[in-house]
Design a binder for this molecule. Structure first.
Ligand code: GLV
Length: 315
């Protein structure tokens, strides 16, 4: 940290969410001065930033940052800024409520798909009483791409419910009760065993477009896709084609290459696609600010901050 006595945090999230962040900071860190972009005051006084999707000019305006915090688990919205300083630590959000929200979102969709809830919804509309068969959970394999902070919590909850769970990641992982595969060389074997594919990978150069038509065709016939990572992990036109071919039975998509999803996009009208507006897990200011406070303390003490990323993993 710099030697100034007072820390000053710049907040840039979204105009309708910024006020609740300011209140949460006041509650947890009353001595921290908060400035809300674009009202920076004297930019030289700002040494911390909490950001979502910042404009490039933010980094040319505020030059002396000690730490950049991402309000989300993903940091791609920061890394893609051409002006982002490469010598300032970047910290992704790791927070109990953020993890819980993602677990809820994925469990909801796995259970909806597994227990035919879309068909029962249709039957409700027609006042139709018809029993649909379903397999026991232990005969369904949920494959999770990305088993870091969020993916491992999702994997463990699905395992507790009795699903077969396997994970795929860039580097080897060891999770109790979960078959872990890693690296491109094991991706085909992973996909071949997966009935419900959950995508929670970070968006990096290496993962952009990782789910293309040939990968989707490696999933068993009738599989489902749930994407709560980033839209660009999937080649969206390829997913539409795999749905049209009937190889993929349905998709739950929370993230898109272009957000908000344009009203003319085919995902909106495809009855096999369940669209949500990037809400799988919303960061809760009350708990997240407490996580940030702990990281500021760690940084001042020279300890490693939780969620510190290596920019080279993304480029
Ligand atoms: C949301 O997209 C996040 O990065 O947490």
């Amino acid at each position: 940290m710099n030697n100034q006595s007072k820390d000053v945090m710049l907040v840039k999230i979204s105009p309708n969410r910024d006020p609740e962040w300011v209140s949460a900071f006041k509650e947890v860190l009353p001595d921290l001065e908060i400035r809300v972009w674009p009202f920076v005051g004297d930019p030289k006084e700002i040494n911390l930033a909490l950001l979502w999707d910042p404009p490039d000019e933010l980094f040319s305006t505020v030059g002396g940052l000690d730490v950049i915090f991402s309000v989300g688990a993903g940091v791609d919205h920061l890394i893609e800024c051409s002006e982002i300083p490469t010598d300032v630590p970047i910290v992704r959000m790791i927070d109990v409520d953020l993890t819980a929200g993602m677990v809820e979102y994925i469990l909801y969709h796995v259970l909806r798909i597994h227990r035919n809830m879309d068909s029962y919804f249709e039957q409700n509309l027609k006042r139709q009483w018809a029993v649909l068969p379903y397999k026991p959970a232990n005969e369904l394999c949920v494959g999770i791409m990305g088993v870091g902070e969020l993916g491992s919590a999702v994997a463990s909850s699905l395992h507790t419910l009795g699903y077969q769970v396997q994970g795929w990641s860039r580097t080897p992982k060891s999770l109790p009760g979960i078959q872990s595969l890693f690296g491109i060389s094991q991706l085909s074997s992973f996909l071949a065993e997966t009935n419900i594919l959950v995508i929670l990978l970070p968006l990096t150069n290496a993962t952009t477009g990782i789910i293309s038509l040939d990968r989707l065709m490696e999933l068993p016939l009738g599989s489902y896709v749930i994407n709560a990572g980033r839209g660009l992990l999937i080649v969206e036109d390829d997913l539409l084609l795999a749905l049209e071919l009937g190889h993929i039975s349905g998709a739950a998509l929370d993230v898109f290459g272009n957000e908000p999803l344009p009203v003319t996009h085919k995902f909106w009208t495809n009855e096999k696609v369940f669209v949500t507006p990037h809400i799988a897990s919303l960061t809760n200011p009350a708990t997240a600010v407490a996580s940030i406070a702990k990281n500021i303390k760690r940084h001042k003490e020279g300890a490693t901050m939780k969620g510190l990323i290596d920019i080279n993993d993304y480029r």
